[in-house]
Design a protein around this ligand. Structure first.
Ligand code: SF4
Length: 93
């Protein structure tokens, strides 16, 4: 068996092709899973705080341009009030 035949065996080529197609597919699945957000209804979102708990001090909150402007949430879809709250609240540490 020549050096070239050893280096590029059929099995290695098939593995290389399989990995080449599987990795981008897995990356797109992971990106889609990360992009999925829940609806406000499902998370029982409301525009009012729950005592001291509100979106502005939740680790999932992405602030708007000013402290009182609506922002976004990493797990709930739509415009989110900094004074809102939902079932997924997680205090910022
Ligand atoms: S997880 Fe809930 S409480 Fe936290 S920022 Fe998102 S909507 Fe607000």
């Amino acid at each position: 068996m020549s050096y070239c035949e050893k280096k590029f065996s059929r099995r290695k080529v098939i593995k290389f092709i399989a990995l080449g197609t599987a990795i981008p597919f897995m990356n797109s699945l992971i990106a889609q899973a990360q992009a999925v957000k829940s609806s406000k209804e499902l998370m029982k979102y409301r525009d009012k705080p729950n005592g001291e708990e509100q979106c502005s001090n939740c680790m999932q909150f992405i602030p708007g341009k000013t402290p009182d402007a609506n922002g976004e949430c990493k797990v709930v879809e739509g415009s989110i009030s900094p004074h809102g709250w939902c079932n997924s609240y997680a205090k910022k540490s």
